[in-house]
Design a protein around this ligand. Structure first.
Ligand code: AMP
Length: 293
């Protein structure tokens, strides 16, 4: 496994790869969710490249950039075990040298949900992902459904700017109690960690009601809030029932696929999760199919 921290070496390595290259962008602090993306990339390509970069432009001034968990030696051990060919670990200065001034705004799809809660977040995400695509030239790039709006933003950018690559989406990996794996889960103390399973219970509750035939977004929203209220440590930021293709909030009953998503504060940590309805769409190809090429 080659660990590369500069652009000339990266370009040289990239030029030597024959066949399909799978790329997995991450911010490090790797867990089994990240590794599932790497495994999919390995199964479907001739070579795999993982990027590890805590991207400052996607954090707002009041967010946890300095505190974000970092453990490069551990990450590299995990990637070596899974079998990765190249790891690219740029510094902030390499990605944003003095005088840097180009940013990408994906307009509509960045606006609601996490975009409303974290102004500027998706501008930072789209910009860094575009740069990583130009640097690594993936055949396929792998992202997690856990960040469904991020997938929608990146697919839109790929379409709009004609990036010559495919976007693959992998299902959300969960802890045994249903909590979506996240690098930020380490911020939770024992009591908060126990409370955090309420997000999954709320999504499941909506899924059960939907499976029984309910299609009214207001009823689904209320069911989620009812479950969240059973957990005193949970402070919801938002609960959204949106059209899964456009991410527009639904006000009327609909048979089109829905993206149920929520962010919940537990202490100072904001946890994000989602579920697509009908439930069969939460697989390796569901979100890709809904969002289209
Ligand atoms: P991050 O390091 O948080 O930026 O995540 C890197 C990639 O891993 C993103 O595409 C995430 O959506 C994905 N990811 C994060 N958590 C999970 C999870 N629990 N299951 C599957 N993919 C995940």
């Amino acid at each position: 496994m080659q660990v590369i921290d500069n652009i000339p070496a990266l370009r040289q390595m990239r030029a030597q790869i024959n066949g399909r290259l799978g790329v997995v962008p991450t911010m490090g602090a790797l867990h089994a969710g990240h590794l599932s993306l790497v495994e999919a990339a390995r199964a479907e390509n001739d070579a795999v490249l993982v990027t590890i970069f805590v991207n400052p432009t996607q954090f707002a001034a009041n967010e946890d950039l300095a505190a974000y968990p970092r453990d490069l030696p551990r990450d590299l051990d995990l990637l070596r075990e899974v079998g990765v060919d190249i790891v690219f670990t740029p510094t902030p200065d390499l990605m944003y040298p003095p005088g840097y001034q180009t940013y990408i705004d994906v307009e509509q799809v960045s606006q609601g949900l996490e975009g409303a809660r974290r102004p500027g977040h998706f501008r930072g995400v789209a910009t860094v992902v575009a740069k990583l695509f130009n640097l690594t030239q993936p055949t396929v790039a792998y992202f997690g459904q856990k960040d469904a709006q991020q997938v929608a933003v990146i697919r839109q950018m790929v379409r709009d700017l004609n990036f010559p690559l495919e976007i693959a989406v992998c299902p959300t990996m969960r802890e045994p109690d249903g909590l979506a794996m996240s690098s930020r889960n380490v911020y939770l103390n024992a009591e908060q960690r126990r409370a955090a399973s309420v997000l999954y219970r709320a999504l499941q509750n909506a899924g059960d009601i939907y499976a029984a035939g309910e299609r009214d977004p207001e009823v689904l929203r209320r069911a989620i809030f009812d479950t969240l209220r059973t957990e005193p440590l949970a402070a919801p930021d938002y609960v959204s029932i949106a059209d899964a293709r456009t991410l527009q909030e639904l006000t009327q009953p609909s048979d089109a696929p829905m993206l149920v998503s929520l962010t919940v504060g537990i202490g100072k940590t904001h946890l994000l999760d989602n579920f697509i309805l009908p439930a069969e769409l939460n697989d390796r190809v569901g979100l890709s199919r809904v969002l289209g090429g």
